[in-house]
Design a protein around this ligand. Structure first.
Ligand code: ZN
Length: 136
């Protein structure tokens, strides 16, 4: 069965085969997350061109604006605070807490949705299940 784009994105899988992992380690944890250079399954080089992930900054920026706006509005709604420090503390904490999430998902969104050069190819996904069948 083909993996959906959303499932592949949320599980941080390779955009071409949707099987290989793009990142090592969890988003949140004691071990630092690390992006792999090549897909361990289909061999796709994730950084298509040198500096390709600079473009992920724009995606990350959109993520940050959405997070800060919604948290700022939620803070205003629930605390009814007029002190700027309430907002500064909440927004600063949000920036730090969401940083690992933004790093990973901005790159994933860039490769899955905004890179016309990288397309899903079910052929790569199938070759895994065929190779695995005799071992089961
Ligand atoms: Zn792959």
């Amino acid at each position: 069965m083909a993996t959906s784009k959303f499932a592949a994105l949320s599980q941080s899988k390779c955009p071409r085969c949707r099987v290989g992992k793009m990142f090592e380690g969890p988003v949140y944890g004691f071990k630092r997350q690390r992006m792999l250079e090549y897909c361990p399954h289909c061999g796709l080089k994730f950084e298509i061109e040198p500096g390709y992930f600079y473009a992920a900054m724009y995606v990350s920026y959109a993520f940050s604006v959405a997070e800060i706006l919604s948290l700022g509005l939620a803070t205003a709604f629930f605390t009814r605070s007029e002190s700027p420090w309430t907002y500064i503390i909440v927004i600063f904490a949000a920036i730090v807490i969401f940083a690992p999430f933004n790093l990973r998902y901005s790159r994933l969104v860039l490769l899955h949705f905004l890179s016309p050069k990288v397309t899903y190819n079910p052929r790569y996904e199938k070759s895994l299940s065929e190779n695995n069948e005799p071992n089961k």
